[in-house]
Write a protein that binds this ligand. Structure first.
Ligand code: GRF
Length: 202
């Protein structure tokens, strides 16, 4: 059984999509823990209700980023994960953290990377006037939001879109591609080799 740890900061809808897919499709995994940097993250209770261990490492309790990441690594590693899934985890991670998990650390980003790395992706997409927007699942590397891409889904940008309507359309796709990418990783179809994504050994 592969062991998965999921990191969240908020409502955890991507986490929930992954938990539901794992259950429905009977993935050969143990959901080892859901960890949040925010004690108030809504996703913690969803995970708890599913019987999954939860933990909080509150970044506000640490003097700096390095101290927080060190403690976060200690807590994550206590669950012995084969895969660490960032699901709306709103923290910039130190290089030390990223390198410790590189190759088994996934993220979902709400844009078609390399367009719109960073925050406020939907707002920026509307401002620039792109006609197509979307989401990306990628391996995390020290270069923020630039790791090798596993999956993308695109959605149209409509003329009457607001940030909220666009975000909702993208989120719906996130819930499709993130569980699929996690499953592909768990079942060995997707790997990180020499900084690139290798799929099915190709
Ligand atoms: C998602 O849009 C994700 O792409 C971004 O933050 C949001 C988290 O949503 N990184 P949720 O907590 O999974 O509902």
């Amino acid at each position: 059984m592969k062991r998965i740890v999921i990191l969240i900061s908020g409502r955890g809808s991507n986490m929930q999509a992954i938990l539901e897919a794992a259950k429905a499709e009977q993935w050969p995994v143990t959901m080892a823990a859901v960890i949040s940097n925010r004690p108030s993250a809504g996703g913690l209770s969803t995970a708890g209700e599913s019987g999954i261990a939860t933990a909080v490492v509150d970044h506000q309790q640490y003097a700096d980023r390095a101290a927080f990441d060190t403690e976060l690594m200690r807590v994550i590693d206590s669950y012995r994960p084969d895969l660490v899934v960032l699901a709306g985890f709103m923290r910039i991670l130190t290089e030390e953290f990223v390198l410790h998990y590189q190759g088994r650390l996934l993220n979902i980003h709400p844009s078609l990377l390399p367009a719109f790395p960073g925050l406020a992706t939907h707002k920026r997409a509307l401002e620039v006037g792109v006609k197509t927007h979307g989401a990306t699942v990628h391996f995390v590397t020290p270069d923020l939001d630039h790791g090798p891409i596993i999956e993308q889904a695109s959605v149209p940008v409509l003329s009457d879109d607001t940030e909220d309507t666009l975000a909702a359309r993208v989120l719906q796709q996130e819930h499709v591609i993130y569980p699929r990418a996690v499953k592909d990783f768990i079942e060995g179809r997707v790997r990180f080799v020499n900084g690139q994504v290798v799929r099915d050994g190709v």
